[in-house]
Design a protein around this ligand. Structure first.
Ligand SMILES: C[S@@+](CC[C@H](N)C(=O)[O-])C[C@H]1O[C@@H](n2cnc3c(N)ncnc32)[C@H](O)[C@@H]1O
Length: 350
């Protein structure tokens, strides 16, 4: 009989004393903290039932997870393996390597298996772990919100630079989602005299945003309102009082849906991604530009994230409106114009 460390239950008759098979086994098991010494049980029971399970060190778990993710065609498999393991072990990524030879508990192994099965079906990692880092801050996320993207950090960095110049600010965030933009501004701005109104059409998203604001202790600075774009703020008298409007609106058109990665197309909320069927990708940008003219103070700014190839069309639209004396497009790390910054001159030609 060959005894292997596998997921099997072996039932061995234990007649007198220690079964011959176990005698040898017992000495092998002694001192091995993976398993228990069995002799004690052999003497007292008719049958010995023991379970040998393969033990998985953190290093093996990382390697096996990476291999599995690679096979499932998940990009950045090593990084994802580290993020999954550090989430499950409530440790940071460097600690995984510091404690590389520690064993995973059966519970952790089972959770990892369940998560990997989902990830292989392209369920987003951030929804699995329930969190995503943005601007160095941790945001809770679920399927009601878009997973915050690194390119949106450019929008926040730009807005933060604009904020440093004055003392008291009134801000609007249109389509707040997880609240990542508004909350990052509230947390990271050295200027604490901010009042932010943030809107979203989705009640589920606003619930997540409020939880995040609470988590980051900025609830008193941000008022979350449900409604269509600026209509959410109707009950407040904000016309011509706003210093800065920020927005990362949906900007994917029908035509572009098929180009999206499976994770995004299958699981992220359609309301966060797509413009209405048949509209151009700039549908929401144009509505926000038009309506912002009623809300911005002269000298106030509008800062929006834009999609690939949308800059020329938006530049033309902004110039036609003639309400803005400054129009700048900022590019992301891939040299794609990603953020438009405009300043309200106050002379509308609408
Ligand atoms: C691209 S996501 C941006 C989320 C978040 N601000 C970010 O940067 O990760 C767009 C958000 O706009 C919201 N939205 C879509 N249509 C809207 C509308 N008509 N009025 C207000 N919010 C809307 C969606 O629910 C979604 O949360």
């Amino acid at each position: 009989m060959v005894l292997r460390a596998s997921n099997t239950i072996n039932v061995i008759p234990a007649k007198a004393g220690i079964h011959p098979v176990l005698k040898g086994l017992d000495s092998r098991l002694r001192g091995n903290d993976n398993r228990v010494c069995l002799a004690h049980f052999v003497r007292r029971s008719k049958y010995l039932v023991f379970k040998t399970k393969p033990q998985l060190t953190i290093t093996s778990a990382l390697n096996q997870t990476q291999h599995f993710l690679n096979k499932s065609q998940i990009p950045d498999a090593r990084l994802e393996a580290e993020l999954l393991l550090s989430h499950l072990l409530k440790s940071d990524r460097t600690n995984l390597y510091r404690n590389a030879s520690e064993f995973l508990s059966s519970r952790t192994k089972n959770l990892l298996k369940t998560m990997l099965e989902k990830r292989a079906r392209h369920y987003p990692l951030a929804y699995l772990t329930g969190r995503k880092e943005f601007m160095g801050l941790c945001f809770l996320v679920n399927q009601h919100v878009l997973v915050p993207r690194p390119e949106t950090e450019l929008l926040v960095e730009t807005a933060l630079e604009l904020l440093q110049k004055q003392k008291k600010y009134l801000l609007l965030d249109i389509g707040t989602g997880s609240g990542n933009i508004a909350i990052s501004l509230a947390r990271l701005s050295p200027n604490k005299k901010l009042k932010i109104f943030a809107s979203d059409i989705s009640a589920g998203a606003l619930k997540v945003a409020r939880t995040n604001a609470c988590f980051h202790k900025v609830s008193r600075l941000i008022k979350f309102c449900r409604g269509n774009l600026f209509r959410a703020f109707n009950r407040f008298n904000l016309h011509e009082k706003v210093d800065l409007i920020v927005s990362n609106p949906p900007y994917i058109s029908n035509r572009e849906r098929k180009n999206l990665p499976l994770d995004v197309r299958k699981y992220e909320p359609p309301a966060a991604l797509y413009v209405p069927t048949g509209s151009r990708g700039t549908f929401f940008h144009k509505q926000i530009i038009t309506e912002s003219t009623r809300y911005l103070k002269p000298g106030g700014y509008l800062v929006m994230e834009i999609g690939i190839g949308q800059a020329p069309e938006l530049k033309e639209f902004l110039e036609k409106i003639g309400y803005f004396d400054m129009i700048i497009f900022l590019s992301d790390y891939n040299s794609i114009p990603r953020v438009v910054v405009t300043r309200c001159s106050g002379n509308s030609e609408l």
